[in-house]
Design a protein around this ligand. Structure first.
Ligand code: NAP
Length: 248
């Protein structure tokens, strides 16, 4: 598969690894970011230095106007968007359920659920065969937390990922007839900055002993599953969930 791919939250972590691998596989990559402009630019520079094509575009995934502008920019530069990875995600400081306020709960759901919803709507509007599009593929990035509920850490985040799982199941069954395959990847404990934003930078190392494989995961290991789901090799995968968790 080639064509234009948008990776939300492509400036860091799993999104950055996905953007780089996608470029190697021949995609023209729109590297979306929210605040980390320098990091997004570095991802683009790395892709271009390796012979690929990429563009960094700022947009808050939950802002429909900004998302529409981002798709327009990507298509003007690289041609029709054929793939979307809904990867942007946030969590708050580790906390018990009782310590989570309504404002924080809504903030987490806004980015993690509304953001994926807004981007998927924009992608479908352009990819759906009934609207003149050529079809495509969407991969949503959930989390093992959707299964565990992340007690005493971030139940709000886990709830957002549970919602994403359900949205993916329904959307996948609607979009299939429109030529758009929608699937899901659930990473486990992966070495990225995300754990620092929860207040525990070394969280993955602390949990490594509980992981059947005995170690945390690398962003590139998640990226490979994402790229498989986007590819023609996964042409019959619809509403599929791939856990990349080292066995958790
Ligand atoms: P990360 O290193 O913290 O990076 C998060 C990315 O999301 C950044 O590129 C950030 O962009 C972007 N982002 C945040 N809010 C945004 C917004 N409103 N609009 C656009 N972009 C936004 O996270 P990660 O660990 O790579 O996680 C990527 C995905 O995997 C998330 O959905 C996460 O829930 C999921 N996941 C991660 C793990 C793990 O162990 N790391 C496990 C399970 C699931 P800026 O920096 O530019 O703001």
């Amino acid at each position: 598969m080639s064509g234009t791919l948008i990776v939300t939250g492509g400036s860091r972590g799993i999104g950055a690894a996905t953007a780089k691998l996608a470029a190697v596989r021949g995609y023209r990559v729109c590297v979306n970011y929210h605040e980390s402009r320098a990091a997004a630019k570095q991802v683009v520079d790395d892709i271009v230095a390796a012979g690929g094509r990429a563009l960094a575009v700022a947009a808050d995934v939950a802002n429909a106007d900004q998302v529409r502008d981002m798709f327009n920019l990507a298509e003007n530069e690289f041609g029709p968007v054929v793939a979307l990875v809904n990867n942007a995600g946030i969590l708050g400081q580790q906390s018990s359920f009782a310590g989570i306020g309504v404002a924080r709960f809504e903030r987490i759901l806004r980015t993690n659920v509304t953001g994926a919803f807004v981007c998927a709507k924009e992608a479908l509007r352009r990819m759906s065969t009934s609207k003149g599009g050529g079809g495509g593929a969407i991969v949503n990035i959930s989390s093992v937390a959707a299964r565990t509920g992340a007690p005493f850490e971030y139940v709000d985040y886990a709830a957002s990922k549970g919602a994403l799982d359900s949205m993916t199941a329904g959307l996948a069954r609607e979009a299939a007839a429109e030529g758009v395959r929608v699937n899901l990847v659930r990473p486990g404990f992966i070495y990225t900055d995300m754990h620092a934003s929860g207040g525990e930078p070394d969280r993955v190392d602390r949990l490594a002993g509980d992981i059947p494989l005995g170690r945390g995961g690398e962003p590139e290991e998640v990226a490979r599953a994402i790229l498989w789901l986007l590819s023609d090799a996964a042409g019959y995968a619809v509403g599929t969930r791939i856990d990349v968790t080292g066995g958790v």
